[in-house]
Design a protein around this ligand. Structure first.
Ligand code: C6P
Length: 412
């Protein structure tokens, strides 16, 4: 896999003043945002250099080309997650916006007083706060499925929180902290048996494993472009067509209407009903190029590579005294997300000390404060691996980690 590293300009970047040299950088924060290959930057450059016009409006050929590039990108996303039709893909800014869209439209229209929404304790804030808002506004109850603290998995007994009162079940496919891969298919079956819809947060799964929305039984799925080597500011919401068609719009404005009078409006067909204003076509083109890049590398190869590296790192960390792996204990099942704590050392100090060694990891609450509170840890450190990381980099990290307590003034 190491050959793919050369596809990413950031690892070669030297600025004009020669003051920045990323060539030795060990970047292990891809769960926060991945790096972008040339192919993505070139696709966006090509769009703005040769096809730039406002899509979906103009009746001249340049605008038609822009529209085609944008709609082709939608088609690429649809095929990537095996949606039945590209009309089931709505471009949004990121996974957070996708989840908010479902909450503000489907949630506000279908959740009523006395109803329940079920999430898990491992959710990112983006999959908790929109549901808190819906439940508080509508007089409904937000219920949490808790995890086994030693394995990071949701015990099956917790599924009984999904009942006929449940209108929405919203669970992450892969946890950005625990690395847990949730059995979405099973949870979706339970949700559907109880008459609820299944919302899946695919932010951390779509970059690493094959995601098939039909096989999973997902009614909605949120994803971000920037986590799968695409640009920032673009993501997608998958929604089952029948549900999207029945939902009210999210934002109101240009190009999402059929007809407007002084005091009323009717809406454009799905998906355009949900895409008010000038769309982010250049970013959509970049996201599609990223998906094609990932497909060329092969998701199975990426999965294998990430699992191998994560296993090596997890097993190495387990051998270091005072270190604790948080969540899933099998590195091969963590989608490259390796989260740990060190006794008596704050995770912020871990990240700062490693930064001095040219290693970038993330530390903090990872936008999952309810989870950290439930686990009884104020914060954690997280190294997240992707296709451009190498075994050598994992070895370097593993050689630095045992020194962190010493650097922090501890004798062992
Ligand atoms: N997690 C992390 O470092 P956005 O920011 O909207 O593209 O993605 C939000 C989001 C939603 N769900 C999960 C499971 C996520 O991990 C994230 C983003 C980043 O873990 C930034 S906090």
């Amino acid at each position: 896999m190491n050959k793919y590293r050369n596809d990413f300009p950031l690892f070669k970047a030297i600025d004009e003043k020669n003051s920045i040299d990323n060539s030795g950088l060990i970047y292990m924060d891809s769960a926060a945002t991945a790096q972008r290959p040339y192919i993505v930057l070139n696709a966006m450059d090509h769009f703005y250099s040769t096809q730039n016009a406002n899509p979906l409006r103009g009746l001249y050929s340049l605008s038609e080309r822009a529209t085609k590039a944008y709609e082709d990108a939608r088609d690429t996303v649809a095929k990537f997650i095996n949606a039945k039709s590209s009309n089931e893909i709505i471009f949004v800014r990121n996974a957070s916006e996708a989840l908010n869209l479902v909450a503000y439209t489907y949630g506000m229209a279908n959740v009523n007083a006395g109803d329940e929404v079920v999430v898990s304790i491992m959710e990112h804030h983006s999959n908790i706060l929109p549901w808190q808002f819906v439940c508080k506004t509508k007089g409904a109850t937000l219920k949490f499925m808790y995890v086994d603290k030693s394995t990071g998995a949701i015990p099956e007994s917790e599924y009984s929180k999904i009942t006929p009162k449940t209108k929405i079940v919203s669970v992450t496919h892969v946890s950005n902290v625990l690395g847990t891969q949730n059995p979405i298919k099973k949870i979706a079956e339970i949700a559907h048996k109880n008459g609820a819809v299944m919302v899946v947060d695919g932010a951390q799964s779509t970059p690493h494993i094959k995601v098939d929305v039909q096989d999973l039984g997902a009614d909605f799925l949120a994803m971000s472009g920037h986590k799968l080597c695409g640009p920032m500011g673009i993501g997608a919401l998958y929604g089952r067509y029948e549900l999207l068609d029945a939902m009210p719009p999210f934002l109101r404005g240009g190009e999402m209407i059929e007809y407007v009078t002084e005091d009323s409006a009717t809406w454009a067909e799905v998906p355009h009903k949900f895409e008010a204003g000038t769309v982010s076509a250049g970013d959509a083109v970049g996201m599609a190029a990223a998906i094609r890049y990932i497909q060329n590398v092969g998701l199975e190869n990426i999965e294998k590579h990430d699992n191998n590296l994560a296993e090596k790192l997890v097993e190495g960390i387990k051998k270091i005294p005072h270190f604790h792996i948080i969540g899933e204990q099998d590195g091969r099942k963590r989608c490259g997300i390796v989260t740990f704590t060190i006794d008596d050392v704050h995770p912020h100090d871990i990240a700062t000390l490693l930064s001095d060694e040219n290693i970038a990891i993330r530390a903090g609450h990872h936008c999952a404060q309810p989870l950290q509170k439930y686990l009884g840890i104020p914060a954690s450190a997280r190294a997240s691996l992707y296709l451009y990381n190498t075994e050598e980099e994992v070895d370097i990290l593993l050689s630095k980690l045992p020194q962190i307590r010493k650097w922090s003034g501890f004798k062992d």
